[in-house]
Structure formats: C-alpha cells, structure tokens
Design a protein around this ligand. Structure first.
Ligand code: ADP
Length: 391
C-alpha cells in the first residue's frame, strides 16, 4: 500500500499525518510533536477515528531538533501503519510570495526561491524550511511538494492586494498576501460538493482558530482576505493583535522606545485574546470566565468579525453564505451566536436550535437569505491531495 506523508513544521512543533494514496487520499493517522528542542518534547499520535495511539515524552535526544523529531515520528508511524511505504510528502509552507499560486514540487530551485521569501515571514518560513530539509534527508528520492498558505489568494484583484504606499513597495512584494489558504481551499471544495450553486456563489468564510482570518470568495476563488502582508492583520487572535493603526507602531518606537524584537513579541505573542483578557488565549477558558476583561475580549473578537463580514461582502458584491470553521468556528455556539446577532440587515438570521445542535451543517433560520454554515476544515487533506497529484 502506497502512503502520503504530510508535514507541518512550526518553530518548535511538527504536525504529521499519513494518508493512503489514491484519487482521494484517506487519512490513517495524525500526530503532533511539541516543544522540539526542549526537555519537555512530547509526542501524540491519533487514529483517523480519534483513538490515542501514542502519548509520550520524547527524550531530549530524540526531540533535539526537527531531524530528531521526524525520526521519532517515523519510528511510531512504522509501528502503527503496517507496511509504511511513503511515495510522496506534502509540506505546509507559510509563504509562497508573488510567484506560487499552486502547490510546487520541491527542487533545489524551488527551495532556493522559498529561502528568498524568509524576510516576508521571518518567524515561520525558516521552520518550514527546516522541516523540508529534514524530510529530504530522511527520504532522498521521494517526491516532496510544498503547499502554501498564500497560494489560494493569489488571484486577488489589485485593489485587494495593495497598500496605499509608493508603487515601488508593491513591486518589491509589500502586498496583502492573505493566509490560511489551505483551509479556504478545502472549504471551497466541500461547499461546491454540497451545493454547486453555493460553490459558484458569494461566500464569506470565517476561519476562527488560535490564528483567525476571514476570506471573501466568489465562484470558489478568493477575492479578499482579512490577513495582509503578515498573519497579524484583520481579526484579533489568540495572542496576535489583528488590525492595528500603523501610528501605534510609531508610538511604540518613538515614545515607548521599544525595539523591533520587543514590538514583534508584543504584537505576535502578548496581544489578542490573551493580552486583552489578561487571562488566556484559549476561547474555552474565556467563555468559562466571569471576569469582565474576558467578556470584553470576546466582544471585541466578535465585533471585528461583524465588521469584516460587512467589508468582505462589499468586496464580493453581497453574500450568499457565511461559513464558520477552525477550532472556535466549529465548536463555539456562543461565538457563532454573538457574531450573527444584529446581522439581519445583511440577510443573516441564525436558528438558535440548529446552532446549538452539534453536527449540523446549516445553522441559519429557514427564511434566512444568507445560509449560515459550520464546515470542519481539513488542511492536511488539501496537502495530501496536492502531494498525491504531483507524485
Ligand atoms: P490552531 O489555529 O492552533 O489550529 P484551532 O483551530 O485548533 O487552532 O483552534 C483553537 C481554538 O479553538 C482555541 O481558542 C480553543 O479554545 C477553541 N475551541 C476549541 N473547542 C472549543 C469549544 N468547544 N468552545 C469554544 N472554543 C473552542
């Protein structure tokens, strides 16, 4: 049996999955190694049905770096996937720059291009490349494919891609790229399968996880994204600010004397739900808290989503469906209700009963002009499909 391996390397984590190869790859197992390089390195492996197959600490030797983590992952995969035979590997890569609008086979040339994009995503691209190098060392000769978070958004019209800066910066690549592209790609496909009419329609997708963004698409093609040059723009997230007046950056530098690294730490790691609440980046914790600061953070999160629904609807000329996905979008009855409350003016009327029923796909009232839906995303499947196609 031929298998496809998917890898998603973060700065200190490695997500991995094995799929049975085929026209439509079928997931067999999914794993996560966290705290790579620290004595707390830990691995978990689950079956497709969610059963925990492995849950254990990795010795500091095994978890020392991404190469060691990949070795440890392969050892458990061999134990749990009989006859493991990897014929193609798909990697998640955060930035594909201006060039990549499709998944790409990894060659010396494409890897060099990806290395040139490090300045556009200094926190994430190097980790992705480390994962790629580790996989090439472990599987010489096996087809390796990069799938980009930015690729799905590459068809944006100029006005959705540009900033009001001198043109030379646009030409240099200072543009709104948009991210979470694999999730939006999956949703576009799933929606078209469920309803060809909606697949061709005007759809707003809210990917609400620890990272959160929204996408306005028309006919399955992305027209506009709330994330821009970096994965900081748009909605407030677990620890990231979301949209911030650039004047605040000047204030940080000129009045507070913060360095670039200090500002980066503040806006990537100490802001958003965590910074505003002073409690947690985890939505479940905030929903359970009776601290007013937790409610304020939730209110701000939902109010920004409502604003973006208006903005994205303008970009795509109206709205036929609003889709919730990501950990919060798929699971939080409260957030979906808060987001939809007061949005009747745009045609959104939620059914509180359907919203509260786990597993419902359509959660709007029968007479709601806009279909409100919950569709669980599957970014790994999108990577596996690309790796299967290019193998
Ligand atoms: P990531 O961006 O890291 O992939 P996820 O998509 O897994 O994140 O989403 C994580 C977020 O989803 C967390 O804020 C978590 O609290 C939230 N979440 C998960 N389940 C629920 C739930 N039942 N109710 C509210 N929030 C939830």
């Amino acid at each position: 049996m031929a298998h496809i391996l998917t890898l998603n390397a973060g700065s200190s984590s490695l997500k991995f999955g094995v799929f049975e190869a085929g026209d439509e790859p079928a997931e067999l197992v999914a794993g996560l190694i966290e705290n790579i390089g620290s004595p707390d390195a830990h691995m978990r492996l689950k079956s497709e049905a969610g059963a925990v197959l492995e849950d254990r600490d990795l010795s500091s030797v095994e978890g020392a770096d991404h190469g060691g983590a990949l070795k440890a992952a392969l050892a458990v995969l061999k134990a749990h996937v009989s006859g493991l035979d990897v014929v193609s590997i798909g990697h998640r890569v955060v930035h594909g720059g201006m060039e990549f609008s499709e998944p790409a086979k990894l060659t010396a040339d494409t890897i060099a291009q990806l290395e040139e994009l490090v300045p556009l995503a200094p926190l994430h691209q190097p980790a992705n490349l480390t994962g790629i190098h580790a996989a090439i060392a472990a599987f010489p000769g096996v087809t390796q494919v990069a799938c980009f978070d930015t690729a799905f958004h590459r068809k944006h019209p100029f006005v959705q891609d540009t900033f009001g800066l001198p043109k030379e910066y646009y030409d240099k690549g200072v543009r709104r790229y948009g991210f979470h592209g694999m999730s939006y790609d999956y949703i576009a496909g799933a929606l078209a399968d469920m309803s060809p009419e909606l697949g061709m329609g005007r759809v707003i997708v809210a990917h609400l996880g620890n990272g959160a963004s929204m996408c306005g698409m028309k006919g399955g093609v992305s027209v506009s994204s709330t994330m821009g040059f970096s994965a900081l723009d748009g909605l407030p997230m677990g620890t990231r600010t979301g949209q911030l007046d650039p004047g605040v950056m000047l204030y940080f530098m000129q009045q507070e004397g913060l360095s670039a690294d200090e500002i980066s730490d503040l806006i990537y790691k100490k802001s958003g739900l965590k910074g505003m609440s002073g409690i947690s980046n985890d939505m479940r914790t905030l929903e359970a808290s009776d601290d007013p600061a937790a409610s304020e953070a939730i209110d701000y999160f939902c109010s920004r989503i409502q604003r973006e629904i208006g903005g994205l609807a303008a970009a795509i000329g109206g709205v036929d469906a609003l889709v919730f996905t990501g950990g919060i979008g798929e699971n939080s009855v409260t957030i979906r209700e808060k987001v939809c409350t007061g949005m009747e003016w745009i045609g959104i009327t939620l059914s509180n009963d359907l919203n509260a029923t786990r597993g419902e796909t359509v959660i709007s009232a029968a007479d709601s002009p806009v279909q409100v839906m919950v569709i669980p995303t599957n970014e790994e499947l999108v990577i596996a499909r690309a790796a299967a196609k290019l193998a």
